[in-house]
Write a protein that binds this ligand. Structure first.
Ligand code: AMP
Ligand code: MG
Length: 477
């Protein structure tokens, strides 16, 4: 208890005006039990020596840390394009924050019971969706993509009702911030421009002190959010990640992936892939993500009209496509093992993606197999359709100056061998619901080192079985 007691601090967000949050206690789950503990994250946050049971009891709300008052954050957001004026943490509390060197880490509990902002919800999260979030935070981190991560997941025999009755769970997650685009939208659309400015000043003070050096610090703030978002989404595209619910209340202002719902990594490449059954129009399909990222940035930028002039907002918004395009191009070049400038590269990448789409090739396996074309000068069986493309690809590699080994190495450090496929998560959920957690261990081992070969787990790198296509994921969680 001493370690967490000495390190966890009251969150500075609670120094803001009343409209920003409400004080909140968790409603503990009955007889909680640990499902999985993220030991490496605990250690990164200086909590490795703390007892897991103690931490669980604090996160569950059975034990309070003196001087710490949890809060639920107030925000709004555009959901599927419609503005919703009142959202907020309906089932979560920001328990406090840790400061590690010069960085802050929020400790947020999800599934912790009803709050001021619960509306019609029960304040709970089911084991299924909690485990999905727990695993994907690590998968993204393993891939080198900015994300919230979870310290632990614990469950209870308390049941909650979604489409059916399901066991409840909570996760304790960390992120640099839980401030969302929707946090800014809330105060702007409520007509509270002073509050909007108060939030902007807080974010600059806490996360972007550099902004103070600029003529208009708010302009720097908005630019930072827009460019970080563009870069994040380019990173998602490069690994075939679909977020599923890119509502503005699920967009972090520091460009971290947050609020995992019906996400998915693409199996057979289909740019129109939609991973969320509730998304009937395909608004958040894989190929729309970059546009939606920009749409979300526009919704945010609109709220800055009282702090930044119109032309400047236009300039900042125009950076989105630049940053997105350049970041994605560089990521694809790295995936292809290419460093030198060559005017044909854009076409080479596009041709590959076209073949992958037409031939319905597996996204992850195809990219991973590219290093074989260079190294062994051959194609694995499934890649027949890539034959003529790979001749061009080999020729292009002739112009590189790094030796073959380092090019191959770079490709294998950029194209994961293992990806968190939906069916793998589903298997782990099915086992966890029966009380067995070894599958979580197996997945954690793979997703935290997704670029390594791991012979013991070869079958986890195979294509998804046909039944995976029937796993329907909706917003219900
Ligand atoms: P999400 O789709 O999980 O990002 O949630 C959208 C909004 O609904 C947020 O304001 C959540 O806090 C709220 N919400 C989602 N599920 C629940 C629930 N079971 N109880 C209360 N609020 C919820
Ligand atoms: Mg959310």
């Amino acid at each position: 208890m001493e370690i967490i007691k000495n390190n966890l601090k009251q969150h500075s967000y609670s120094s803001l005006s009343n409209e920003f949050y409400s004080e909140q206690l968790q409603q503990p789950l009955n007889d909680p039990y640990l499902i999985h503990v993220n030991k490496s994250l605990l250690s990164e946050l200086g909590l490795s020596k703390e007892s897991h049971e103690v931490l669980m009891n604090i996160f569950n709300g059975n034990v309070q840390i003196p001087g710490i008052q949890g809060i639920s954050m107030n925000y709004a957001g555009h959901q599927f394009g419609q503005y919703v004026q009142q959202l907020g943490d309906g089932r979560g509390i920001l328990l406090g924050e840790l400061k590690i060197k010069d960085e802050f880490f929020d400790i947020h509990i999800k599934g912790s019971g009803k709050t001021t902002y619960s509306r019609f919800g029960d304040g709970r999260a089911v084991l299924r969706s909690s485990l999905r979030e727990y695993l994907c935070g690590e998968a993204m981190n393993g891939l080198g993509i900015s994300s919230s991560r979870s310290l632990m997941i614990f469950g209870s025999h308390d049941m909650v009702y979604r489409e059916k009755s399901e066991p409840a769970a909570m996760i304790a997650r960390t992120a640099k911030t839980h401030i969302r685009f929707g946090s800014f939208e809330k105060f702007f659309h409520d007509g509270l421009l002073d509050r909007h400015k108060e939030l902007s000043d807080y974010v600059i003070y806490k996360y972007l002190p550099k902004a103070n050096k600029y003529k208009n610090k708010y302009s720097y703030l908005l630019e930072s959010i827009v460019t970080k978002t563009a870069s994040l989404i380019a990173n998602w595209q490069s690994v075939g990640f679909c977020h599923g619910v890119m509502n503005t209340d699920n967009m972090s202002i520091l460009g971290e992936t947050i609020d995992y719902g019906p996400y998915g990594f693409i199996d057979k490449f289909n740019p129109a892939h939609v991973c969320n059954l509730s998304d009937s129009s395909g608004r958040y399909s894989y190929q729309n993500q970059p546009y939606i990222g920009k749409w979300n940035c526009s919704a945010l930028a609109h709220t800055f009209g009282h702090l930044i002039d119109k032309e400047e907002i236009g300039r900042i918004m125009s950076l989105y496509e630049d940053v997105y395009g350049k970041t994605l191009f560089n990521l694809y070049k790295a995936k292809l093992g290419l460093k030198k400038k060559d005017n044909g590269d854009e076409l080479l990448i596009q041709e590959l993606l076209n073949i992958m789409e037409v031939e319905k090739l597996d996204f992850t396996r195809t990219f991973r197999s590219l290093s074989n074309i260079i190294k062994n000068n051959h194609l694995v069986k499934t890649d027949k359709s890539l034959k003529s493309w790979s001749e061009k690809f080999q020729q292009r590699h002739q112009h590189e100056s790094d030796d073959e080994d380092s090019r191959v190495k770079q490709m294998n450090q950029t194209n994961p061998k293992f990806i968190l496929r939906n069916y793998l998560v589903q298997n782990a959920i099915d086992k966890a619901e029966e009380g067995s957690y070894t599958e979580i261990d197996n997945l954690m081992e793979l997703i935290t080192k997704p670029f390594n070969e791991n012979l013991k787990y070869e079958k986890y790198a195979e294509e998804s079985p046909d039944w995976a296509a029937d796993i329907g994921l909706s917003c219900s969680s």
